[in-house]
Design a protein around this ligand. Structure first.
Ligand code: ADP
Ligand code: MG
Ligand code: MG
Length: 201
């Protein structure tokens, strides 16, 4: 089985920053329908800070890259998504420990721990119309392949459209949140698209 080092995880974070930059307008548009129209700007600021720091001083292990990225998201993103994505990556990074390389299975296990931490922090579960609706199936599919994880994230994000939001700002809208795709589930799908892209080389 193939294994992946720190440089791979840096490339993932850079690809995520690029995707968030390109899709910021769409993320903000989705957030304007059921939130406060800042999700694109929030993540753009956060991932730009991540990419800048990783370019300056790339950490030596996959775990340390994720911990650094998570810490920066927490410190630079004002919205709910910053601490949540920050927790996802930091927790996953801690799970990887000091290892110099990680397999796809190992990454899946670490991200599963991160997803569980997001659930604990935000008190949400799949079906509540949040990022967890994309993250949970994506991480479950990751042992199969990077492409399967991306496809599961896309399907999970699309499946938030008919849901009624129970958490975050959209939760206050109740019934009026139905019919719109969740911004955070959409950005989660971008993260897994970036991962697939980087894995494909
Ligand atoms: P804010 O709502 O503070 O403006 P963002 O717009 O950046 O923050 O992020 C909104 C996204 O965060 C939502 O679309 C949703 O996916 C996610 N989110 C909000 N609250 C929670 C929560 N409690 N648990 C999981 N995800 C959440
Ligand atoms: Mg918002
Ligand atoms: Mg906000």
């Amino acid at each position: 089985t193939e294994s992946y080092g720190a440089a791979f995880v840096v490339r993932w974070m850079e690809a995520a920053a690029g995707a968030v930059e390109r899709e910021a307008g769409r993320l903000t548009e989705l957030d304007s329908a059921i939130g406060d129209a800042d999700h694109g700007a929030n993540l753009r600021r956060g991932f730009a800070a991540v990419a800048e720091e990783l370019a300056k001083e790339p950490p030596g292990t996959p775990g340390a890259v994720l911990v650094t990225a998570g810490r920066l998201l927490i410190s630079t993103v004002g919205g709910a998504s910053g601490p949540l994505y920050g927790t996802l990556l930091r927790r996953a990074g801690k799970e990887l420990g000091e290892a110099g390389e990680v397999t796809r299975d190992g990454l899946a296990r670490a991200l599963a721990a991160g997803v569980a931490a997001v659930g604990q922090l935000g008190g949400a579960a799949p079906g509540d119309k949040t990022m967890l609706d994309a993250l949970t199936p994506a991480v479950a599919a990751l042992p199969e392949s990077f492409a399967a994880a991306r496809a599961a994230a896309d399907a999970g994000a699309a499946a938030t459209v008919p849901l009624r939001a129970r958490k975050g700002r959209a939760g206050y809208l109740g019934e009026r949140s139905v019919g719109h795709q969740d911004p955070g589930a959409t950005s989660s799908a971008l993260l897994f698209a970036a991962l697939e892209e980087v894995a494909a080389g």
